[in-house]
Design a binder for this molecule. Structure first.
Ligand code: SAM
Length: 214
């Protein structure tokens, strides 16, 4: 196992991809290295995001469909499935798909490889609940508008979008990854028939934004 700081190792991999104008290639290299025990996945918290768990508390999620964007370690997708949602989850990295299939054998989640920047047409307005946690921010800012538009477009009429992501700092944009989101970037999810229900900063570093498709 590597002793390099996981965030630094991820940034080093990302720098190679970004220098080649490839915003996402480093994710597959990271998950493949993690599968070989040569890297750690920095965002693998071993549990669903606490702001998702808090949001879901007391809500009825069963009976509907859910889509998890950039599922990563898979805990958020498993959480929604355990709460009764028929859950689909996608990630750009085939090794991430292989990892969750190994980690959650017998899972009811439909894990797939797909690119948020060129999503499957059948995802268009197809899900009652769409969950986006830190995927848009994992790409450089110029990719945020098309990624945001894709996320918003997944929500079915009457459905809900939940975005949990980091807050961009004041001052000059830090070198990423990640590239956390500004308030205007959060507001930008309110398109394609979506209206904001609650845009919160429950913690200093985190946005939690809920939108509804009328
Ligand atoms: C910072 S991680 C967050 C993972 C997970 N949502 C979480 O909260 O732990 C970003 C994830 O999005 C995936 N990803 C990045 N760009 C993507 C894209 N264009 N399409 C699909 N997945 C993408 C990465 O492979 C990675 O698993």
């Amino acid at each position: 196992m590597t002793t390099e700081d996981p965030d630094e190792a991820a940034r080093r991999l990302a720098a190679v991809s970004l220098a080649a104008d490839d915003p996402t290639g480093w994710f597959e290299r990271l998950y493949a290295a993690a599968a070989d025990g040569a890297a750690l996945v920095p965002w693998d918290r071993g549990a669903p995001h606490p702001l998702l768990v808090d949001w879901a508390d007391g809500r009825e999620l069963g009976g509907g469909s859910a889509l998890v964007v950039g599922f990563g370690p898979g805990f958020d997708a498993e959480f929604l499935a355990a709460r009764g949602a028929t859950t689909t989850a996608f990630d750009i990295s085939p090794s991430a798909v292989a990892a969750v299939r190994g980690r959650f054998p017998g899972s009811s989640v439909d894990y797939r490889t797909a690119d948020l920047l060129a999503p499957p047409p059948e995802f268009r307005q197809a899900f009652d609940l769409v969950l986006e946690v830190m995927t848009v921010q994992s790409m450089p800012p110029r990719y945020h508008p098309p990624a945001t538009a894709s996320v918003a477009g997944f929500v079915a009429p009457g459905g809900t979008l939940l975005v949990i992501t980091m807050v961009a700092g004041d001052g000059a944009a830090a070198a990423g990854p990640p590239w956390p989101l500004t308030r205007p970037e959060i507001d930008a999810f309110g398109k394609d028939g979506l209206r904001p229900v609650a845009i919160e900063r429950p913690e200093q570093r985190w946005w939690r934004a809920e939108f509804r498709h009328d």
